[in-house]
Design a protein. Structure first.
Length: 168
């Protein structure tokens, strides 16, 4: 029986035409590669467990940002027509975040989703979200998932989050 080799993230995008040099380009990316990018660059979260789809932005053939879209974490939002942008991570490239927010919404619409939500920390401004047409719904969540009957170790920020939404 052969052992499967684990894929490593090369952080390189496929070859692009000369006309797109110096511009942000949308490229497909696997969950494994996007998770490796999140592990390397995200400030306060680990990679998510699963996804519906992932997208990447590249400039001059190098991946500069990734977006991971999955099912909503909160059960109240799991209506079959809502998806959640669970991670958006950038290496700091200008306009990469708003580029991916917009492209992730287009991809979700093409798959039949009518609503996309995402959460940010209050310290994060949200300019990229506003630029991509998302609207602020208000404060949401926060706190720990740990309970007396099922203790857990919190590996994420437990403060109140801001919920953003984009609808068709």
């Amino acid at each position: 029986m052969r052992r499967r080799r684990r894929a490593r993230c090369s952080m390189m995008a496929p070859e692009i035409p000369q006309a797109y040099v110096g511009r942000l380009v949308l490229v497909p990316i696997s969950l494994r590669e996007s998770s490796a990018f999140v592990q390397q660059f995200h400030r306060h979260h680990r990679e998510p467990r699963g996804h519906l789809f992932s997208l990447a932005a590249a400039i001059d053939g190098k991946i500069c940002a990734v977006a991971i879209v999955g099912r909503p974490v909160a059960r109240m939002n799991q209506d079959g027509f809502t998806c959640e942008l669970t991670r958006l991570c950038s290496d700091g490239t200008r306009n990469a975040c708003s580029f991916l927010y917009g492209r992730a919404w287009r991809a979700a619409q093409a798959l039949g989703y009518k609503r996309m939500i995402t959460y940010t920390l209050p310290a994060e401004g949200g300019a990229s979200l506003r630029g991509a047409g998302f609207r602020l719904l208000g404060e949401a969540g926060g706190g720990s998932w740990s309970r007396m009957t099922r203790p857990r170790v919190d590996l994420h920020p437990t403060q109140i989050k801001l919920c953003w939404e984009k609808t068709a």
